[in-house]
Design a protein around this ligand. Sequence first.
Ligand SMILES: Nc1ncnc2c1ncn2[C@@H]1O[C@H](COP(=O)(O)OP(=O)(O)OP(=O)(O)O)[C@@H](O)[C@H]1O
Length: 328
Amino acid sequence: MTAAARTEPAAPTVLDARGLSVRLALESGTIVPVRGIDLRVRRGEALGLVGESGSGKSLTMRALLDVLPEGGSRGGTVALETVAADGSRVPARAALVFQEPLSALNPTMRVGDAIAEAARARGVRPRAARALAVDLLAQVGVPEPERRARDWPHELSGGLRQRVMIAVALAAEPDVLFCDEPTTALDVTVQAQILALLDRLRRERGLALVFVSHDLSVVAQLCDRVAVMYAGEIVEQGPLGEVLAGPAHPYTAALLAAAPALDHRQDRLLPIPGTPPDPRAFPDGCRFAARCRFADEACRSARTELRVVGADRATACIRPGAGEGVFS
Ligand SMILES: Nc1ncnc2c1ncn2[C@@H]1O[C@H](COP(=O)(O)OP(=O)(O)OP(=O)(O)O)[C@@H](O)[C@H]1O
């Protein structure tokens, strides 16, 4: 796989979020851990949403799907629909793949039945749903699919379980597949196989992917575009190759320097010095300023809005490119 753009420019939009924010009502008060998120994903495109733990990736994804935790509400607009050439709008179907399939798969259901159930939820008849389950197991690379369809989730390895989870997701015939750290729990060889599978599915089916990860080098293997999150905001967005070659935000540059080598000799993220701010007390101005070696007074009082810095590229840094080359 390469990071080259593979998406037709004219591919229709399937997901369009504008000014998305998340508000959480907690016992200790209300917080806004995510704000001002603009995201657009086209058919067949893979968008990576990357950032450290706690940056708001999962809440953003849950807000996009309107499945926020208790006490959560979203602001802004989310259009999960395809816009045809004639301008008509058709709702887009979405499915979700999690990090830990064992907790997502029903332990009392054979894996074939779990896939068939997902197909039946969109009206497929029982016999056809069972046949589809075996077919989907084959499509996601599960060997001996007829036999494996009768297995229980706990009988499968982590990699096979993740393939089953992807088959469950595909049974819903999604236009957009949301993946939340789907390979984080897997060893690097199996991780590469699952990424290759997701890449094949999007090419064969025109599936759009929203791929959430803390690991930029994983995102780099799969995605055409990347949105970098920090402290609940997108701080940089653009085509993957361009962002990697010349990060326009010092946080992206720091993430890049901390990312495991693309050859996976290193399997964990090296921490960036300092810690992200608490959503209960986000600072005014640039939220990365306290950890940024280029920050000055202007940064601490600046309005951090994404600014266009090139074709299809945006950064929230008021000095785009300040950290370029310094962290690497
Ligand atoms: N139910 C909740 N109650 C209180 N705070 C929450 C809740 N869910 C998320 N948060 C807070 O919102 C912020 C964003 O969380 P989120 O889970 O979206 O981050 P993330 O980038 O997905 O992190 P991770 O990679 O660890 O999942 C964090 O500071 C988190 O502590």
